[in-house]
Design a protein around this ligand. Sequence first.
Ligand SMILES: [Zn+2]
Length: 242
Amino acid sequence: MDFADAVEQHFPGSLDEGRFVEQTREVLGPFGFTAANTLAIVGVCRDELCRTLRLAVQRAWGEAFDITSLAGMVNCGHTGLKAAHRHAPIEEGRERYVYIVMAHIGIGEGGELGHSRRAGRPGLSSACGALSGVLAELQSGRVDTVLHWDDIEQSLLRRRLIDRLPWGATPNLAELTHTAHTLVREELEELIAVAADASKADYAIFTGIQIHGLNGEQLSWIHRPYAMVEGKRQELASKLTA
Ligand SMILES: [Zn+2]
């Protein structure tokens, strides 16, 4: 097992991150989205390893509205999303948004889940640290489900994950990261249903998992991307290529 084997096993079909982000613009061009008429809304984990995606989005789409939170969770609420929408360009009465929101994981050279390396720190570190923390609690048999106001993002992450896991389950970190992604996507879609008005806005959704290798690899596993154009859903998965 090496890095590539682990990616293929847990995150099949992953794309080079830079190439993926370039393609978000290429596949949306025919639907009328351009960097000039679209606002990107990006959410990743607070981890500095995740910044590569934000920079790639900035290169492709310009300055993005940031909904970043621990583990990539969507905590901005409909207030945050409505604020983003009010910042979007208006072209001939129409607004356009592209949401790119991702959970993340590090993978070691031997396929070890959660391994990452930090500049200036000896040894290995974990990514996603927030998810690794929840996993450690699951493995210990005791998970703190209290909502701590002085640790709000991690408290919410724990509670949402616990809600989704079968009773007594101890997933591996790849499985927990997929569960985190499911939560990210559902929360985003629920907020969009409240905050976006399809009669005046077109939008596209790209959610998935950022994968970091120890040797600088940055990959993106993308789950069923789509655009809503004039209120009609357009599937985009088959348009993304490696
Ligand atoms: Zn993280």
